[in-house]
Design a protein around this ligand. Structure first.
Ligand SMILES: Cc1cc2nc3c(=O)[nH]c(=O)nc-3n(C[C@H](O)[C@H](O)[C@H](O)COP(=O)(O)OP(=O)(O)OC[C@H]3O[C@@H](n4cnc5c(N)ncnc54)[C@H](O)[C@@H]3O)c2cc1C
Length: 464
């Protein structure tokens, strides 16, 4: 370790290596409740050349690294394990000027999501991904986890925003593909290797991101609906009536809504007592007509009995207030002890069956357990949260229900350290074997985020 750090110290600037008391507690954990090891050192490169030097040196010394962006991850991927050094991208925050002709922006991996959203808006454009952790999460972390959020329905996951990447491999080789071409079939698209692979195949250092027209009209509505079936029928009706105007469709189950209201986390737009609550949004380019189309579609849904009560935003203040209520769901959930989080998805036709199956299985293993559900119904992705002391038994129960319905054990947050045990429920042995082979090719000594997503099979576990 000493030899490695002195090899780096001579070639990096003073702020690049933190050791001892300089390593703050924040570097030991992500946004889960678990606290990891204190890394012996935190390496903080300023640029891609520094990252390349750090990786080639660590590779030479067989030194494992945990990669860290904003540490807002919810799967333990950025949480240090004993013996790992932390590689933090926190100083690589540069934003290049927006290219308004191409509608792209190229940014450093350490730039926060919010800084990209703001830069896009300042140039009269819009960035398509938004998540609650926007102020702290980084573009590198968003790429590595293929982040989703509230507008996947309209703009797609993070993958759909990436036009190019720069990444550094474990041996220090730099792959730069930042031309930003919307169409490029010249050989393999290597960028895809680094999206959603949770830092196991390389370190993302820069990204060229796609921007969209800034919406001219924007409104949201909060609906009380009688049931999940009604919410699904409402989604289908709004899709049909509004097409690409529809930008978000979120659900909040009564137990969450009642908790948010009772705990004073946000003001209730409609009274409690409904079967389910929906927050939906439009973003469009026709200021004169979009609002009317939205109102007409909601009115038709009321007449069809799909909606019992609805509040439509009339001002930016109303609009922000309704979104604040949705974000208050996370605050309410995070405020409770012994909450086990599941970020799962199910096929659209099987969501109702998944929920009753999961509820049954959970209560069977822990009769005192209490499920809390909210999330991105428009994408078939629910945050199924359970308050229980029986962590492992409840996790087995929920993931068995996910596997049974043909869903995903992680829709957004990734597998990290915390969910790898359940990956074989939804990925075949051949798929996992292929993931391991890729890891071995790109990182034969297993120095990048070892043990995240899956463990290496004996024999592929890192060359001596
Ligand atoms: C309040 C709250 C709301 C959230 N809402 C959502 C949501 O709606 N949708 C969603 O998808 N997620 C959500 N998240 C989870 C989290 O914000 C995302 O997973 C985010 O993309 C993580 O970014 P980060 O920079 O914090 O990454 P980190 O937590 O630092 O790291 C996440 C993973 O990426 C790896 N990594 C980080 N940087 C790099 C890099 N430069 N190169 C390679 N690998 C890297 C890490 O090793 C780790 O495996 C939420 C989290 C919180 C706390």
């Amino acid at each position: 370790m000493t030899a490695l750090l002195s090899a780096l110290a001579g070639r990096l600037d003073k702020g690049a290596i933190l050791v001892g008391d300089m390593v703050g507690a924040a570097y030991s954990s992500d946004a889960t409740d678990e606290v990891g090891a204190v890394p012996h050192a935190v390496l903080r490169p300023r640029n891609t050349a520094d990252v390349s030097l750090i990786l080639s040196t660590c590779n030479e010394f067989h030194q494992p690294l945990v990669l860290q962006g904003g540490r807002t991850g919810l799967a333990g991927g950025a949480r240090p394990q004993p013996g790992e050094l932390a590689l933090s991208l926190e100083r690589m925050t540069a934003l290049e000027p927006v290219d308004t002709d191409a509608a792209t922006i190229t940014v450093g991996a350490g730039a926060t999501l919010q800084s990209v959203q703001e830069a896009a808006e300042a140039a009269g454009l819009f960035f398509g991904v938004d998540i609650g952790a926007r102020g702290s999460c980084t573009i590198g972390g968003n790429v590595a986890t293929n982040a989703g959020g509230i507008r996947v329905l309209r703009y797609g996951m993070f993958r759909a925003q990436v036009l190019g990447l720069e990444a550094v491999l474990a041996d220090g080789a730099v792959l730069t593909s930042l031309k930003g071409l919307p169409k490029d079939n010249s050989g393999y698209d290597l960028n895809q290797l680094f999206i959603g692979t949770e830092g196991t195949l390389g370190v993302v250092t820069r990204a060229c991101l796609k921007l969209h027209p800034l919406p001219v009209s924007q409104a949201n509505a909060f609906c009380a609906v009688p049931s999940l079936a009604a919410a699904q029928a409402l989604l289908a009706a709004l899709r049909q009536e509004l097409g690409s105007l529809l930008s978000a469709f979120e659900v909040i189950f009564p137990v969450v809504y009642e908790g948010v209201v009772a705990g004073g986390f946000a003001a209730p737009p409609v009274p409690v007592g409904a079967g389910l609550y929906v927050l939906t949004e439009i973003q469009g380019q026709d200021e004169a007509r979009d609002g009317d189309r939205f109102a007409a579609a909601l009115m038709a849904a009321c007449e069809a009995g799909l909606v019992e009560d609805v509040i439509v935003s009339q001002s930016p203040r109303d609009y922000r207030g309704l979104w604040a209520l949705r974000e208050a769901c996370s605050a309410f959930i995070f405020s409770m002890d012994h909450m086990i989080g599941f970020d799962v998805s199910a096929p659209a036709h099987g969501i109702g069956a998944f929920l009753s199956d999961a509820d049954d299985r959970v209560v069977r293993v822990d009769p005192a357990a209490k499920p809390y559900v909210f999330g991105h119904l428009g994408d078939g992705n629910l945050h199924y949260m359970v308050q229980s002391h029986a962590h492992d038994a409840v996790a087995d129960a929920v993931f068995d229900a996910v596997a049974h319905c043909g869903g995903a054990v992680s829709a957004e947050h990734g597998i990290g350290l915390d969910k790898k045990r359940w990956l074989p429920l939804v990925r075949s042995p051949a798929e996992i074997a292929t993931m391991r082979r890729l890891k071995h090719v790109f990182d034969p000594k297993s120095i990048l985020n070892p043990g995240r997503v899956f463990d290496m099979a004996p024999g592929l576990a890192g060359e001596a």
